[in-house]
Design a binder for this molecule. Structure first.
Ligand code: ADP
Ligand code: MG
Ligand code: ZN
Length: 507
């Protein structure tokens, strides 16, 4: 398989890798660890030495490290580039698919393009134009309403483009949508989890979208906003409690999805024996069935399950209900849900909005905003039954966002008084993971209620409002259409751009 792309020669001779790399880093205040990583990268892919000065590490996720580098142009100018070094254990098909998304769909309409690709053995480095960008959390509460509108408009432009190619991104969230506020530039990045709809125009996505390969070719670890180390944005470490997770799953998941889980596990076990999914589930009983469904008991089969029962792409707080309930047919609509969650953060000033470590907590959190009956009803339309012992009503989106944003002061003040762990600014409490579903809901309702019992007296001056005192109904109408629990009726990117909310913008 050919991975190198476009104009650049992949086979340049390595010149004195060590010397040059040392020269490149003479100025730096880089930490020893990062210096070492850069040196290792030069060694692993020596062709880089002649072309790039690697300056610093700008991102580190589970599956890649991203560096800022400069390239010396013939004109004498220096150009900034982003170098994405994929972990060597990535499946070649997965890498090729990511690259093909960038080369075919990228470079236009706010979708990141690719300049070159370098490979040596199992090390692949994707070279992209560098876009300096903001940390979402840093700017969230200083954005004007107009800027938020432009941000969303540009996100939909990117999504319209990739959806046109039949690409489902599957990990739409702020750290994958780069935003340069000053230049008003935007770029959707990271096709590392992308999949294709059945008639995708990206040939290589046809090979990675099937169920079986999702587990092996795909990542066995889930991504999360919390575990990701992006040096541009806020981060905190996060640990999942596997016991809690298992108990919670057994309480609410329906039988049909359990069968799916078992099937998937068999496939992934097979992949392990092929030497493909090195980190995939091992030592887990793969073909046992269970009978504790819909009881409040957890059987030994469920307790002995490994944590990565059914790896699904994305980040829990951004996952659509059909992803959370493991609906087997997932479409581009899942990206629109995630865009809706981003919009919800922007309108409410809370990020991450849903801070859930697992899918059922995420689903319970969705219920507190969109209503439990509504969620259950929608799940039925895509063939999933969800159990929930408590009825929670749907919230009015405007009321919710205004209260959380602090236009209505009391909630804001009480939040500010709470000791906040590593910048935790999620709209919903974190401790809910420890509880089972009804508890979870109760706590979340209490929290939201306490945010809503404000006296309504706003002391913020009109001059500081940046348009937030005049949010039109169209904004909440669009939000409502994005957070449509039913993927079949959820608004598409194309239609979102034509929504009255954007009537004064040119598509
Ligand atoms: P991962 O698969 O590890 O999440 P991403 O492609 O999302 O990798 O990149 C991780 C981070 O690196 C991004 O969140 C962003 O901060 C930075 N980054 C990625 N590509 C670029 C780019 N072209 N320009 C500037 N920064 C980038
Ligand atoms: Mg990413
Ligand atoms: Zn069981």
């Amino acid at each position: 398989m050919e991975l190198e792309s476009k104009s650049h020669c992949d086979e340049q001779h390595p010149h004195q890798a060590e010397d040059t790399s040392r020269k490149h880093m003479q100025n730096s205040k880089l930490s020893a660890g990062i210096k070492k990583d850069i040196e290792k990268l030069y060694e692993a892919v020596p062709q880089l030495v002649n072309v790039f000065k690697i300056k610093e590490k700008i991102g580190e996720g589970t599956f890649s490290s991203v560096y800022l580098a400069t390239a010396q142009l013939q004109t004498g100018c220096e150009e900034k580039m982003a170098l994405k070094h994929l972990i060597p254990t990535s499946h070649p098909l997965r890498i090729a698919a990511e690259l093909q998304c960038l080369t075919v769909a990228g470079g236009q309409d706010n979708v990141m393009g690719v300049k070159y690709c370098f490979r040596k053995n199992d090390h692949v480095v994707i070279v992209m134009p560098y876009l300096e960008h903001e940390s979402f959390l840093d700017i969230l509460n200083s954005l004007s309403f107009e800027e938020v509108k432009e941000y969303m408009f540009n996100l939909f432009k990117a999504l319209r483009r990739i959806h046109h190619f039949g690409i489902v991104h599957r990990d739409v969230k702020p750290s994958n949508f780069l935003y340069n506020r000053r230049l008003k530039q935007y770029a959707l990045v990271d096709f590392g989890l992308a999949q294709g709809i059945p008639d995708t125009k990206i040939e290589l996505l046809k090979t990675v979208h099937s169920e079986g390969q999702q587990d092996s070719v795909h990542h066995s670890a889930q991504r999360s906003v919390f575990g990701e180390r992006n040096f541009n944005i806020y981060c905190s470490t996060y640990q999942e409690n596997s016991n809690t997770k298992l108990i919670r799953q057994s309480k609410m998941i329906d039988l049909s999805s359990r069968k799916l889980v078992t099937k998937k596990k068999i496939t992934s076990t097979k992949a392990v024996s092929n030497g493909v999914g090195r980190k995939a589930a091992s030592g887990c009983p793969s073909n046992l069935t269970c009978d504790c469904y819909a009881t409040d008991r957890v059987c030994s089969v469920c307790l002995s399950r490994c944590q990565q029962v059914a790896p699904r792409a994305g980040t829990p707080g951004f996952r659509a209900p059909e992803v959370l309930t493991k609906c087997p047919t997932q479409t581009t609509a899942i990206d629109m849900w995630s865009a809706g969650i981003v919009f919800l953060s922007l309108l409410s000033g809370r990020y991450p909005f849903y801070k859930a470590s697992d899918d059922l907590t995420a689903l319970a959190q969705i219920m507190t905003v969109r209503g439990s009956r509504e969620t259950i009803q929608a799940a039925k339309t895509f063939g999933k039954s969800v159990l929930c012992t408590q009825v929670v009503p749907a919230q009015n989106l405007r009321t919710l966002c205004e209260k959380l944003r602090g236009t209505n002061s009391s909630c804001n003040r009480s939040q500010g008084d709470m000791p906040s762990k590593s910048g935790d600014d999620s709209a919903l409490p974190v401790e809910v993971d420890k509880q089972c579903a009804p508890e979870t809901l109760r706590k979340e309702i209490q929290h939201l209620k306490s945010c809503q019992e404000g006296d309504g007296a706003s002391e913020i001056k009109a001059t500081d409002m940046k348009g937030w005192d005049q949010v039109p109904d169209e904004a909440y109408d669009l939000l409502d259409k994005l957070l449509d629990l039913n993927p079949a009726t959820r608004i598409t990117a194309k239609d979102a751009l034509l929504h009255p909310f954007f009537k004064d913008m040119s598509v």
